[in-house]
Design a protein around this ligand. Structure first.
Ligand SMILES: [Zn+2]
Length: 104
């Protein structure tokens, strides 16, 4: 995930107050939505976006695995991990279910 520089949601700290942390890239999907049309034509659809609670605690928004085989529902509570996607068909990083991502 690229770092954001808006600052801390809790205390407002920013810049030197913040540290870069390495995260495991694993988490649990809180909710997901299927995007069938996107205003940016560069973004391939359909695309499923999720709100993911990372193992370390922060909640991030990210793309869930996409493509013909990607489920568009039933994501809530699914354990996922972030994986690079160089297929060029979508975002460069997607969250895939732990159960089926091992050899994907
Ligand atoms: Zn803070």
């Amino acid at each position: 995930m690229p770092a954001q520089d808006f600052g801390c949601e809790q205390c407002g700290g920013h810049d030197a107050d913040l540290d870069i942390r390495e995260l495991a890239g694993t988490g649990t999907v809180l909710e997901a939505v299927l995007i069938t049309r996107h205003p940016n034509p560069q973004v391939a659809t359909p695309l499923t976006l999720g709100r993911i609670q990372l193992t370390e605690g922060p909640v991030v928004y990210g793309a869930l695995s996409h493509g013909d085989d990607a489920p568009s529902s039933g994501w809530s509570g699914v354990h996922v991990f972030a994986r690079d996607d160089d297929s060029g068909a979508g975002p460069s990083q997607v969250f895939v279910p732990v159960s089926r991502g091992a050899n994907a």
